[in-house]
Design a protein around this ligand. Structure first.
Ligand code: ADP
Ligand code: 3PG
Ligand code: MG
Length: 408
């Protein structure tokens, strides 16, 4: 078992007031939630507590308001949406501690849900301030703290760390599921385990790449990350996005890969595109043009893996039993350069018996938009960006470490 912390199932929550930390840091456009994955993912824990007669007090952050109350970052729209999903009213309190909170909880009935305003309207939140955490705990009158905001547990903030010094603190069902699925995929996967890595930068994901060099049976590399690898291997990449200062990092990655699979197998283990889809400008109007990686033109911009690489990647992927996908295969915000990502998504969604885990903010966004099925076509779409990367890289997450340990 990869999850060692106590959860809400392990403590007598019945009829108690429970303070839940969720991650409702959701994208808003014109005051409406444009992607509600994080809100939907919080429902099982809230329902579990409601069914047991708890008064559920929920807190979260939204965006980075830098310690200032700012209506643009209010959680009020989330309260409305949460009420819709729960099928019952949610009481929104426009502050996260003090008399208003105390009163709202006092009049709440078993099963009621109270949502507090954005904890990041106070500088003390990100400072992991103990007095602030104490005020939240006290005004909520909670008997337990439940951490269920997986997306934010890589931060040691007042609502993820300091708060655990005031209340017995356990995990919610989402946090437990996220950590269990991701750790199991890294530590005890059904093999072969393949990693698909892409996205913008090698430097953002060095630790994750290193972890996969150690754990995975194959790593397929696309996106701008592949450009950096291709340039390192001596290919001319024209005007493509890449990092030119990653020589030392890539030396180390290749050294570890050679050590693991042997010199002659290294390119079958760390699989790079054989062609890329290029255009002279990326403006949504230029069609994609396939170019072999050794003949990318001076003015070309590689914005996706090429058609041959798509075939190769997806044929390889279909052999895997577990796939962890992190980073889009190209500039997937443009349909013309989303082919690689879409075909990876399709392979993960349709290969029978495959465990597929999608992590990373942009990758999860893409997978959800691609999927007509709210992400259910994959085994798991992580609600965490930075948190899922840190977990894959083997880092400890402060918001998880702070929770009560279960019996060994
Ligand atoms: P995640 O958020 O899933 O961890 P990243 O932030 O690392 O993923 O990568 C997603 C970003 O990478 C997207 O903004 C995408 O446009 C960009 N990207 C991917 N491939 C390319 C490319 N070939 N050229 C430029 N940008 C790219
Ligand atoms: C996220 O969206 O990654 C989490 O909600 C954490 O937000 P942060 O990067 O602003 O701390
Ligand atoms: Mg990103």
């Amino acid at each position: 078992m990869s999850f060692s912390k106590l959860t809400i199932r392990d403590v007598p929550v019945h009829d108690k007031v429970v303070l839940v930390r969720a991650d409702y840091n959701v994208p808003l456009s014109d005051g409406k939630i444009s992607d509600d994955l994080r809100v939907r993912a919080s429902i099982p824990t809230l329902q579990y507590l409601r069914e047991r007669g708890c008064v559920v007090v929920v807190m979260s952050h939204l965006g980075r308001p830098d310690g200032q109350a700012n209506p643009e970052y209010s959680l009020a729209p989330v309260a409305e949406h949460l009420a819709e999903l729960l099928g019952q009213p949610v009481k929104f309190v426009d502050t996260c501690y003090g008399d208003k909170v105390t009163q709202a909880v006092k009049v709440a009935r078993p099963g009621d849900v109270v949502l507090l305003e954005n904890v990041r309207f106070h500088t003390e939140e990100e400072a992991n301030d103990s007095t602030f955490a104490g005020k939240i705990a006290k005004s909520s009158q909670a008997r337990y703290f439940v951490q269920d905001g997986f997306g934010v547990v890589h931060r040691a903030h007042a609502s993820t760390e300091a708060i655990t010094h005031f209340l017995p603190s356990v995990s919610g069902l989402l946090l437990e599921r996220e950590v269990t699925i991701i750790i199991d995929a890294m530590e005890a996967p059904e093999r072969p385990l393949y990693a698909v890595m892409g996205g913008a930068k090698v430097s953002d994901k060095i630790k994750v790449i290193e972890a996969f060099v150690e754990k995975a049976d194959k790593i397929l590399i696309g996106g701008a990350m592949a450009n950096t690898f291709l340039a390192y291997k001596g290919n001319d990449i024209g005007r493509s996005k890449a990092e030119t200062d990653q020589q030392v990092t890539l030396d180390a990655i290749y050294a570890a890969a050679r050590k693991k699979v042997g010199d002659e197998h290294v390119d079958e283990f760390l699989v790079l595109p054989v062609d890329v889809a290029v255009a002279a400008t990326i403006d949504g109007k230029q069609p994609r043009r396939n170019q072999k990686v050794d003949s990318i033109g001076e003015t070309d911009i590689a914005a996706d893996i090429g058609d041959l690489s798509i075939e190769r990647f997806t044929t390889e992927l279909a052999k895997a039993k577990t796939v962890v996908w992190n980073g889009t295969m190209g500039l997937a915000e443009f349909p013309e350069f989303a082919h690689g990502s879409a075909r990876v998504a399709l392979t993960l969604a349709t290969t029978p018996g495959m465990t597929s885990i999608v992590g990373g903010g942009d990758t999860a966004d893409f997978a959800l938009k691609w999927d007509g099925n709210e992400g259910d076509s994959f085994t798991h779409v992580s609600t965490g960006g930075g948190a899922s990367l840190d977990l894959m890289a083997g880092k400890k997450l402060p918001g998880v470490e702070a929770l009560l340990e279960g019996p060994k």
